[in-house]
Design a protein around this ligand. Structure first.
Ligand code: PYC
Length: 310
């Protein structure tokens, strides 16, 4: 019987399951290589940890690993209901809140190795957590995509630790009662943009005005496994900051408050790394709460031991 010790948390409503012990041994070397090993040899663990019957579609797993980079304090590999993520903003905030809960962290800064580069997380004395994310940038401005059944949709392609297609011009209503329509729209857009020469884009992000006091925008983010992000999405907000910076709509150091579909918020800001190349260093601040601690049992007698997979 495999036993996996986890701490569960949520960041702005989006769940994270931190794996402390009992995950697969992925060996050493750069984390990108270890993700490859995870995918090829141990993918059943991913499914067992985040899929039903132990998990749910929006749940993101975070496996703590030894860092490869000498200057990092710890390493993490994020995964979801269908695959592995480059980085995860809400997941990093959940990871830090969980380590604080476990008594392994006090306020201060930790450097974390991820498959897409090192990041830094800061636990503030008031419990808020900031993530200095990987370099982010916009790769395509105003790309028009012909979407079957919808028509032309225009948006930006940007990297924020994952690849996003960001759409501000649309006729969708971004609120909870419209989640099915938003999912259907975004899923069709994703298929079209993938078919139109951008197979790397696996997150679709829609924006509208926010009615929340102090918020600059509300978003809807559709994740690769068709679950929507309950949080404002840390990597999605980083991609948004890169677009705002490139368009001159947000100045270096100024705060952008991004609201999620369910009304949770992240604060984002950036500094320029290379203005000519449009490269920024984004930082995201949010809060996470621990929701449980448990030991998952993977009983070989259980026909759904390794999760329900499509
Ligand atoms: O917060 O970066 C994020 C994220 C990615 C997918 C779900 N959440």
């Amino acid at each position: 019987m495999q036993r996996i010790r986890v701490i569960d948390s949520h960041t702005g409503g989006e769940p994270t399951r931190l794996v402390l012990e009992g995950g697969p041994d992925l060996g050493d070397g750069p984390l990108a290589g270890r993700v490859q090993r995870f995918r090829e040899r141990f993918d059943a663990y991913r499914s067992a940890i985040v899929n039903e019957p132990r998990g749910s579609d929006p749940l993101v797993g975070a496996m703590l690993v030894k860092p490869d980079r000498a200057d990092c304090d710890l390493g993490v590999i994020f995964f979801n209901n269908v695959d592995y993520l480059g980085m995860c903003g809400h997941g990093t905030i959940g990871l830090i809140a969980s380590l604080k809960h476990a008594g392994s962290l006090v306020p201060g800064t930790v450097k974390i190795d991820t498959p897409v580069g090192p990041i830094e997380a800061q636990l503030h004395p008031d419990g808020r957590i900031s993530v200095a994310n990987v370099m982010s940038y916009r790769s395509v401005r105003r790309l028009a995509v012909e979407v079957p059944g919808i028509g032309a949709v225009t948006g930006d392609v940007a990297w924020g630790g994952n690849w996003f297609f960001l759409i501000s011009e649309h006729n969708q209503v971004i609120d909870l009662p419209h989640v099915e329509a938003l999912t259907d729209f975004s899923w069709r857009v994703r298929a079209a943009i993938n078919a139109q020469g951008h197979p790397q884009v696996d997150h679709i992000e829609l924006f509208s005005a926010s009615t929340l006091r102090g918020a600059d925008s509300r978003n809807f983010v559709l994740c690769p496994g068709k679950a929507y992000d309950r949080s404002p999405c840390g990597t999605g907000t980083s991609a948004k900051l890169a677009c705002l910076a490139a368009d001159g709509k947000l100045l270096e150091g100024d705060v952008w408050v991004q609201e999620s579909l369910i009304g949770s918020t992240f604060e984002g800001r950036y500094r320029w790394l290379d203005r000519d190349k449009g490269q920024i260093a984004p930082s995201i601040t949010g809060t996470a709460y621990v929701t449980g601690e448990s030991v998952l049992h993977c009983d070989p007698e259980d026909p759904f031991c390794w999760g329900i997979r499509a």
